[in-house]
Design a binder for this molecule. Structure first.
Ligand code: SAH
Length: 350
């Protein structure tokens, strides 16, 4: 019965936790009306901490060279169909400079696992960004590295780190990743990042191949237990040059529901309405905000390299400049009551 899903949403909003069976139940049985009910509650939970502010972060996709081979990812090592590139320090700083003048106060450096970017090289870039823009946060999203490496980058000035756990179920993890990767190491990385002092983000794709409601329920339990500062979650979207080319795209509707559940489980978390959600559904980012997200992450990479950083097919916004992205998002937020905020947007203390 729908009614018991609403009861569980109320319980989640009040206690911020559910049992495994309860998570499975709501994920399997929710209706559109339950989803809308959760979205309204999630929105008011977000407002308690963030008012009507939506933060925006500029993503610089600074390298698509990757030694890894994740089966879902368009920049996986085995994809020989793309031109590989690395941005220079000057190019990265130029991206930040022009974005800064538009009001961006967080720069996210995202890339493949590219061994050219040693701690020294990447640390120098981070250090330069922080020296030029002391009022900005730098977020790194460059995959798995050693404790010492994370520490060196933190000491160079990095503030936050995004490392999606992808799935907390070991058998599922093994189906999404090459045999040389392990869930154990990925989770160890998350705990190392936390211990060092980073604001840490984890997360999973929605509807990744072989994912079950039980897998997602375990992801929600992991998130409730780990208590990340940020959660990155968006629908899986197939990429034509990966082994998952023929799998179905993840549901945007389920993604919206999961966003609301993440917000209710962790009311003060920083929660982006992702590019993948905006790709799966044209007004996806607006709906993501209305479901409880409070962050948007426009691409500020040079236009010339965008086509070579396709994690999935038809990625949205690859022709938009940072300015046109901001204008587009502002238009999408029209009549929602929410506004882009040019603050650095750290996690609100609860
Ligand atoms: N190399 C970095 C950044 C990876 S790309 C790292 O390992 O963290 C950032 C995120 O994009 C990934 O964590 C993954 O969840 C998501 N992603 C990759 N391929 C995708 C696809 N086909 N569909 C949707 N999301 C995808």
């Amino acid at each position: 019965m729908n009614n018991d899903v609403k009861n569980l949403i109320n319980t989640l909003a009040k206690d911020h936790s559910l049992s495994f069976e309860q998570w499975v139940h709501i994920i399997k049985n929710y209706s559109d009306s339950d989803r809308e009910y959760a979205a309204v509650k999630a929105r008011s939970a977000a407002e308690k901490y963030y008012g009507n502010k939506i933060y925006f972060r500029g993503i610089v996709e600074f390298t698509n060279i990757c030694k890894n081979n994740c089966l879902y990812c368009g920049i996986r090592r085995d994809n020989i169909g793309i031109e590989r590139y690395r941005l220079s320090k000057e190019q990265i700083l130029d991206c930040c400079k022009s974005a800064y003048s538009l009001g961006f106060r967080t720069f996210v450096l995202q890339g493949g696992e590219d061994s050219y970017f040693t701690d020294k090289v990447l640390g120098d870039i981070v250090y330069n960004i922080k020296s030029l823009f002391p009022d900005c946060a730098v977020t790194l999203s460059v995959g798995e590295r050693s404790y010492d490496s994370y520490k060196a980058l933190y000491d160079a000035g990095a503030d936050r780190y995004l490392l999606r756990h992808e799935t907390i179920t070991p058998e599922h993890y093994a189906k999404l990743h090459p045999p040389f990767m392990s869930l154990e190491n990925r989770i160890k990385c998350l705990y190392n990042l936390r211990e060092i002092g980073y604001a840490v983000g984890c997360g999973m794709m929605i509807g990744s191949p072989f994912q079950t409601a039980e897998d997602l329920a375990r992801d929600m339990l992991f998130i409730s237990d780990f208590k990340p500062d940020m959660i990155g979650t968006g629908p899986f979207i197939p990429h034509s040059a990966t082994p998952f080319r023929d799998f179905k795209q993840g549901s945007a509707t389920l993604t919206l529901f999961i966003l609301s559940l993440c917000r209710l489980a962790m009311p003060s978390v920083l929660l982006p309405a992702t590019t993948a959600l905006g790709t799966a559904k044209s007004d996806g980012r607006r709906l993501g905000i209305l479901a409880g997200a409070n962050v948007i992450m426009p691409n500020i990479s040079p236009l010339a390299v965008r086509k070579d950083y396709m994690l999935y097919d038809n990625k949205a916004g690859t022709e938009n400049t940072p300015l046109s992205e901001l204008e587009l998002i502002a238009a999408q937020l029209e009549n929602t009551g929410y506004f882009l905020s040019s603050e650095r947007g750290d996690k609100s203390n609860d």
